[in-house]
Ligand binder design. Sequence first.
Ligand SMILES: [Zn+2]
Length: 732
Amino acid sequence: MSPSAAALPEILRGEGLPAFEAITPDAVSAHIPVLIAELEAELTALEQQLEAQLAAAGPLLSWSAVLDPLQRLGERLRWSWGAVSHLNGVCNSPELRQAHAGQQAAVVSFGNRAGQSQVIYRALQRLEQQHAAAAPGAAGHLDGTQQRILAAELRDMQLRGVGLSGAQQEAFNAASQELAELSTRFGNQVLDATNGWTLLLREPAEVEGLPESLRGQLAQAARAAGDTDATAEAGPWLLGLDMPRYAPFLKYSRRRDLRERVYRAHVSRASGQGEASCVGAGGDGPAPAEPLNNWPLIERILTLRGEQAQRLGYATWADVSLAAKMADSQSAVEQLLEELRAAALPVARQELDALRAIARRHEAPEADDLQPWDVSFWAEQLRQESFDLDSEALRPYFPLPRVLDGLFALCGRLFGITIEPADGEAPVWHPDVRFFRIREGAGSAAGEPIAAFYLDPYSRPGSKRGGAWMDECLVRSRRPDGTPVLPVAYLICNQSPPVGDTPSLMTFEEVETLFHEFGHGLQHMLTTVERPQAAGINNVEWDAVELPSQFMENWCYDRATLLGMARHWQSGEPLPESEFSKLQAARTFMGGSATLRQVHFSLVDLRLHSQWHPGCGQSPEQLRRALAEGTTVLAPIDEDAFLCSFGHIFAGGYAAGYYSYKWAEVLSADAFSAFEEVGLENESQIRDTGRRFRDTVLSLGGSLDPKAVFEAFRGRQPSSEALIRHSGLVAV
Ligand SMILES: [Zn+2]
């Protein structure tokens, strides 16, 4: 940063806590192009400098001549564009959205240019060669963190095709372009097929069993579609295939014929067959158009990915995916999936039997012929009979201020830190946003500040994106003068705001979400890595990054933690023991089926990206159906074309990576089991184990191989035993 940084427009300042009110749509449109132009010029200058250094057979190329300037370029873009994107997510307006969209292409294209620079690639290769030739301590030798950063940079550039040349590179770029278009088309066709099917229900008998809220939602959909008089009580009600309508309909509808109809439509979306494959079919919409068919796209995507993998020097796309992950090999992933499958299958069978049994008790005709469209319904009946957990009724026990107290106390106890309010010490983007500081040391021993975070807890429909997330505001690093930059996190949730004197009352799921995001935040904030490329969540392998977040969720089921914080906001009464038991039971309810479902998706994804190729003698669907024999308890029905709507792997970033959900859960459950082993009531041991978790998982970030980080904490490699136990898949 130049000494005149303070005089720069806010968006170009590049350091410190952003002054959000200065980042206006006009400022975005005016200053981001300036920033990009500056960065382009600096990148060109860096490339020229490196070109000259590479050509001269002179002294060694230094880390500070390559990686440091590259990091500074990237950080300036991240700081500025990060602040804009952050506001776009939490303070959206048509003007800001337009300003953001107007600059996005330039930002992406700068990233592509830097990521595909031949000169930079050669400079990185030179650093690698120098390191290989240097003895430890000698010039050119890199420390472990530097080696990890360099390896990741090289790998990412290689996966962008930078190592290719001539016809190979042209073919690679053309295939990348086509793959991007195919993914977009795949996703759009799923969306069109989902939106293209509706069913208007006019008779009260057709909505039997549906809760008031769902009937209201269906009536609202009917009003939006033109039935302006529709009401929750009198209808008509418009059913659709989107999750908010589809999932609860299957769960509550007493009309088996309608459940079957909506189920068949849902599983055949975008497959060129069935009701849901033609836009406008099945309802009162326009006449059927072209059938939406994702099958040809699936084969083309898989074929292209296979070819791309070979151009990059890998055997299959699964190998490309795993090159950047914690899992070493397909066989390591398959072994884990097999352990989970073997544990889940018998339990899933028992769960299905239990559903048949309850259907029989209710004298339902389907008891002896249970079909996929009956599962959700009978599971909900069984849940209500076994433990009727009313999540709304628990809200008064989880007022946000108490939950925060509980969360902060837990962090103090486990990690030896103090979290204190620091409202007013940082500019915020909305009056509801809070600012907190983290100090080293717990309680009266609280010392130096080590990090800070913003908490934006409440939903603001219309201007704030849904869901919850953690994002980086400032990353831990050192300024050129040696002074430290402390990490700062954005923690964003979407829970109901306070009303009058009533604080924000949270559902248990919202409490879990807060703990989850806080886990990501802890890894970002408690990092001790000084190189920003590997500090916090940076450079942590994708299948390991959910370890701290899911680890924190486990504490929501810890008796002392939960009962310590769950108190009625008016009476101060603790959460009744019976409700705690229901929360425990709900955690593992239908756990075998849920695990098996994830195993099925993971295995199909992995095998499609490793075994399938155009001449392999079977279609992707045949491959999936063969796998279904061991990974489902109710075989897919004939119309079931789940692959045609498997957007995670064909329209999103999960190709040969869907297993990551389960992989990370194994890590987080196993990490939590270290605390169970020493005894959750054994205060001094819990404290020691917590400190060890902080000093390894939370502290080392991406500076070390995640297997080594895990082993440093756990003393051994991860085991699936704890996840299997927590999922209720073993008899206790
Ligand atoms: Zn997460």
